[in-house]
Design a binder for this molecule. Sequence first.
Ligand SMILES: *[C@@H]1O[C@H](CO)[C@@H](O)[C@H](O)[C@H]1NC(C)=O
Ligand SMILES: *[C@@H]1O[C@H](CO)[C@@H](O)[C@H](O)[C@H]1NC(C)=O
Length: 374
Amino acid sequence: MVETPKAVIQLLPKSEKSKYHSLLSVIFFFPLTLSLAFSVYAFLVLGRQKPKYILAEDSVTVREVDHLKIVNVSRMWYYQSKLLATSSENIAIQTPWLAPIVWDGTFQIKILNQQFRLQNVSIGLVVFATGEYVAFLKAFLQTAETYFMEGHRVKYYIFTDQPASVPLVKPSKGRQMVILEAQASAHPLNTYIYRMEVISLFSQERFAKEVDYLVCAHVNMVFCNSVGVEILSSLFGTLHPLFFEFPRQMLAYERQPQSQAYISEDEGDFYYSGAFFGGKVLEVYRLTKLCYQAMMLDQAAHIQVMRHDESYLNKYLLHNKPTKVLSPEYMWNKEFLNRQRFLEEFINGEMFANVLYVIAYEVKVMLKSQGQES
Ligand SMILES: *[C@@H]1O[C@H](CO)[C@@H](O)[C@H](O)[C@H]1NC(C)=O
Ligand SMILES: *[C@@H]1O[C@H](CO)[C@@H](O)[C@H](O)[C@H]1NC(C)=O
């Protein structure tokens, strides 16, 4: 039962009849009608010039109440952390909103593994393999078996239009594979919209009951090194390897003001990759639902954005700051050592075609070594 607060009741006017009543009505209601009319006018006319950005709306629910149990970490051996690090690596390990930026060497996986094991967390790895992308599944799953969340409970959620072509990769103990039917679309744009829609629907109806965290990955990647529970948090995004230290006006954000994904040149933290993001199921649900709605609005208005779903993800993460940020090590590719070439292709719009063939993504190659080599 919700009680009406007393103060509100007292403020309500008593229904007294007086000779001033009608005059008062005019005084009160004339301006009210006027402002209402203006609101309608503003909505209809000005609204068209200044779109309402749904990805920038206040988040009402979000940060999920943590349902994971409190656990005691047992005695174990590891290096003591230093408060005054004499690190030569010139890297930021925290965002301005105090979210960790995860780099190799900034955490002790032993501690995290025990914590997450005691909490018995389960992780869903969501991947879409429709059309010719089915060809990438085998390498993706085989390397995930070796490197993804080793020793933890994992559920692979594979969305595909060709269930019969899913390779026979037998998941190891504690891991499960779920094959889900998905539509293939001839138009890539529809594929991006569909993916957001499907993830949001399944998060609400199924994933929330089955797993604690969701990790959404593109299928044309392989895991080349351990990717473990250090990435898990309420909401995480990954720094795009081509843009990690660029000034904000050079980031590949959407620049058409009429688009839902629009970010102005004086805004922006990082450029996040659309190929690897995740978090608690409720957070992923909200992210994918809002991105889906924003994409539908833009599609209805015939607005085409530069980077498809990634543009909307970046807008969302600008206004809903991630609680953890993964360094570009998590999206690395040896080829990126020649980043200039990739950037040129990217600017010329060739990148999309390329990505399809690049499967040698190397996850977790330290940037430090890039610095040493170049
Ligand atoms: C953690 O350890 C303390 C001290 O040994 C104990 O009192 C507490 O019950 C433990 N908590 C859990 C959740 O096991
Ligand atoms: C972890 O959770 C699963 C599924 O709920 C359950 O079957 C299993 O017994 C749990 N393991 C532990 C150690 O609590």
